[in-house]
Design a protein around this ligand. Structure first.
Ligand code: MN
Ligand code: MN
Length: 324
């Protein structure tokens, strides 16, 4: 089972200038072959299918635990895409019958507007849907770990290329964070292979040869030792990953750290409605009005109980004015 926490793993900047084609490029980190859906589903299926796990517990715990972190990475990529698409169509009276979507007629990924409500898609940067063909779960631990090392290596390449292609601050914040975390996962699988077989994979680092410490958006995470830490994403389980994830970092010589608590996280930005694509409705204030009635009937506080990064009074405030 998974327990869900309504926080993002890293703080993302709020929507600013929209960047529709940059958002299309970021889709590669979502549904591309080396994207976060692939890492998430690879480790998830490998953990589901793991036989003899009690005897091999440290390796099972490592894979299952990293799978949980990858869910949060999918969430982050989606939040980044949503940030970059906010305002790509008019936000004020941007409603049909005016041609509110004309401005994005030339956008690389028309599905963002025609199929979705200016939101992330489970697809790559060419709109090709993510597929289970991207999952490798052979049942053989050495094969799976070797594959996972390669997957994280390809994922790091992809992140750096998106970093180079997209200058939007949300994309930069995302890739800066994921480059550091991907490096930890890559190292975790290399170390697991090293412990299991004696093969010295530390000589492959850094691979690809990315100078993470020179990337400004990586530096604050490195300063907080996020390049050394594996968080345990469960209150009581996956304790044995510490038997594998230990020893020196192959590039810096620093000791690796297992953090016994998952990160606290950051409240997500509540993305404003985009009326041109009817998200969350052609008239969002109608949905808010119904929600407010239901909230009061259920005895909930008048203000929404969820935590978001921005002032939640916007649309709720408007509905309150209408009701009073
Ligand atoms: Mn990831
Ligand atoms: Mn990863």
């Amino acid at each position: 089972m998974i327990q869900r926490i309504d926080r993002l793993a890293v703080e993302l900047p709020p929507p600013s200038e929209p960047d529709p084609n940059g958002a299309a490029a970021v889709q590669e980190l979502m549904g591309g072959r080396f994207g976060e859906m692939s890492t998430f589903m690879n480790y998830t299926f490998q953990s589901f299918n793991f036989r003899g796990r009690q005897q091999a517990r440290p390796f099972y715990d490592l894979i299952a635990n990293i799978a949980a972190e990858e869910f949060g990475h999918i969430e982050l990529v989606a939040a980044t895409i949503n940030t970059m698409l906010t305002g790509a169509s008019p936000t004020g009276d941007g409603k049909a019958p005016s041609a509110s979507l004309a401005a994005v007629k030339g956008a690389r990924l028309s599905h963002h507007y025609l199929l979705g409500g200016q939101g992330a898609l489970p697809a790559d940067s060419q709109a090709k849907p993510w597929t289970g063909d991207n999952v490798f779960s052979s049942g053989d631990l050495i094969e799976d770990l070797t594959h996972n090392y390669f997957l994280e290596t390809g994922a790091r390449s992809g992140k750096l290329r998106v970093y180079e292609m997209v200058e939007h601050p949300a994309a930069r914040a995302l890739t800066g964070y994921l480059l550091v975390r991907g490096g930890v996962h890559q190292l975790a699988y290399a170390r697991a292979l090293e412990r299991l077989t004696g093969a010295d994979l530390t000589r492959l680092f850094p691979s690809p040869n990315i100078p993470t410490e020179k990337i400004p958006e990586c530096q604050p995470h490195i300063a907080k030792k996020l390049h050394l830490k594996l968080y345990r994403f469960s209150p009581s389980d996956y304790r044995e990953l510490a038997a594998v994830f230990n020893g020196p970092h192959p590039e810096t010589g620093e000791e690796l750290i297992v953090e016994e608590e998952m990160p606290e996280g950051f409240p997500p930005t509540d993305m404003p409605p985009q009326p041109a694509v009817f998200a969350p409705d052609y008239a969002p204030e109608d949905v808010a009005e119904v929600a407010q009635r239901l909230r009061e009937a259920a005895g909930l506080p008048k203000q929404p109980t969820g935590v978001v990064a921005n002032d939640p009074s916007g649309i709720v405030g408007k509905v309150k004015d209408k009701l009073t």
